[in-house]
Design a protein around this ligand. Structure first.
Ligand code: DQA
Length: 138
């Protein structure tokens, strides 16, 4: 299986950013552990703070990879463009969030990704990503 995790804006700061909400582990540390735990799964990683780069990456992987795990971060709530890209590609996309966006501010309750996602996993901290990986394994 060939999967990719795509992280949106500010997620490069994981570990340093609001650790009470997002935890104190950096994403690279987390990814190393995950790759060790799932040695038979190819897990690519891409992070960008730029909306168009996320769209370009979805186009690049979206017709050949087996799965996309997408945390579009703040763009989740604003980006019609990323939502359309998720709809345009063939590879199934699982939307993930570290925090439970429904017990936070109202503006985080809307997602342009969810209507076109295969499923949504949120609120489990970094474990949300692992659950998304598992959803692509049979
Ligand atoms: C987030 C939730 C978003 O509302 C927020 O803008 C983020 C991270 C999460 O993983 O909990 O940057 O996607």
């Amino acid at each position: 299986k060939k999967l990719i995790i795509i992280n949106g804006p500010n997620l490069n700061l994981l570990g340093k950013r609001e650790p009470n909400i997002y935890g104190s582990l950096s994403f690279t540390e987390f990814l190393e552990k995950i790759k060790e735990k799932y040695p038979n799964v190819e897990i690519d990683y891409f992070q960008s703070n730029i909306e168009g780069e996320i769209i370009d990456k979805l186009h690049e992987v979206g017709f050949s990879f087996d799965g996309v795990i997408l945390n579009a971060a703040a763009y989740t709530h604003t980006s019609v463009g990323i939502g359309d890209a998720v709809k345009a590609i063939e590879t199934p996309v699982v939307e993930v969030h570290i925090s439970n966006t429904f017990n936070r501010e109202e503006f985080r309750h809307q997602s342009f990704i969810s209507p076109n996602a295969k499923g949504v996993i949120l609120g489990f901290g970094l474990q949300s990503y692992e659950l998304a990986i598992q959803s692509f394994l049979d």
